[in-house]
Design a protein around this ligand. Structure first.
Ligand code: ZN
Length: 374
């Protein structure tokens, strides 16, 4: 038997792999950082053996509650990711699986590769509505891609959507697939109407370096982009630096920042009511947007989420709070589950790439409802 992780986004350390009923592994820390939670590895030579795979250091990860009522994602073809029985005793997480093939992959959530990101970007530019623009380079000299969707016009609203500030939150990329593909669908009346009223700036992948390294939360230097928005630096967080500069040029009327949450089994947003100077207009538009999204998408809910910031106490280093404050606009962080949506459970796949895509498609209807009042 063999365990390997020397591939894009791979993350695991092998302690022992001699006995299929007692395979012992550790998750490796993010590069230059103590964060630790994302894993992605391959098991070979175990077909038809009942295996018990223990992640020995799960209890010391960034969010240990993330392993409660969580089932690991597995795949034989790297396309379909199904869930396998997993339990957690507070220290170690144990995967119970009898592989039906000789090679099987396990991951925290269905991975989304750099190549797939490039395919999304280049497929998008085949639409007459979309132009791909280079914003700069990551720390490791990879391109930072932005999609400009829609014809610019003075009268139009400006909408910004970014994803994958936290590289291990791959559901954010699947969300973007749904969002971009629907927005560019020439037969979709919601998208056609939106493109008459707005121009979209979309950065589908904010942390390519961190994702390639197999990190949960930071880039190759160990920097958490979602704490960099007050003072982004060209040396340490060029993605945030360039996006914020571009926003200063375009202005922002609505901003969405797409994430995944380790602990909560729900889709929810974190709002900006705690920013200094939160306006009546921001509050009104927030309500219109949320009420309408609830109406059109049962996968979205507002009952469960993070506690709200006290008035004026929001952390302006966080993207959505910073942008809401900087541009006095409507802004949200969206969180999707690693586990499943407890309101509409799916026992085979859990929360999945497909469901994330559908959520990305559905948000366009909420945007349509609020667009005239932005
Ligand atoms: Zn996140």
């Amino acid at each position: 038997m063999k365990i390997s992780s020397n591939f894009e986004s791979g993350n695991i350390e092998v302690i022992s792999v001699e006995n299929p009923l007692d395979i012992r592994l550790n998750i490796r820390k993010d590069t230059n950082s103590d964060f630790m939670q994302w894993f992605y590895f391959r098991l070979q030579g175990a077909q038809d053996f009942p295996c018990l795979i223990h992640i020995m250091n799960a209890g010391s990860s960034f969010v240990p509650e993330g392993w409660e009522q969580y089932n690991v994602c597995a795949s034989y073809d790297k396309k379909t990711w199904f869930r396998v029985q997993t339990d957690f005793d507070g220290e170690k997480m144990t995967i119970h699986h009898t592989p039906k093939r000789n090679s099987v992959y396990f991951a925290y959530f269905a991975p989304y590769s750099y190549e797939k990101h490039l395919e999304l970007v280049h497929k998008a530019q085949e639409s007459a509505e979309c132009i791909v623009e280079n914003l700069g380079e990551t720390v490791e000299k990879r391109d930072i891609d932005m999609l400009m969707i829609g014809e610019p016009a003075e009268t139009k609203k400006t909408i910004w959507v970014i994803a994958r500030q936290h590289p291990g939150e791959t559901m954010a990329s699947w969300f973007m697939e749904g969002f971009v593909n629907r927005l560019l669908d020439p037969n979709d009346s919601v998208s056609l109407t939106l493109l008459k009223k707005a121009i979209f700036y979309v950065v589908p992948h904010m942390n390519i370096d961190g994702a390639i390294h197999g990190n949960l939360r930071v880039n190759s230097l160990g920097v958490n982009f979602n704490r960099e928005w007050k003072e982004p630096s060209l040396e340490k967080s060029p993605e945030v630096f360039h996006v914020r500069n571009k926003m200063d040029q375009t202005g922002v009327d609505l901003f969405l920042d797409i994430h995944g949450d380790e602990a909560l089994p729900y889709n929810f947003i974190s709002g900006t009511a705690g920013i200094p100077g939160f306006t009546e207009k921001q509050a009104r538009n927030m309500k219109i947007f949320l009420d309408h999204w609830l109406e059109v998408c049962p996968d979205f809910q507002t009952e469960k989420g993070y506690p709200e910031d006290k008035p004026g106490q929001a952390n302006l280093n966080i993207a959505s709070k910073h942008v809401a404050h900087r541009f006095s606009c409507l802004a949200f962080t969206l969180e999707m589950p690693f586990k499943d949506n407890k309101n509409i459970l799916e026992p085979v796949y859990g929360w999945s790439p497909k469901r994330s895509e559908k959520l990305g498609e559905s948000v366009l209807q909420a945007i349509l409802k609020v667009i005239d009042s932005l």
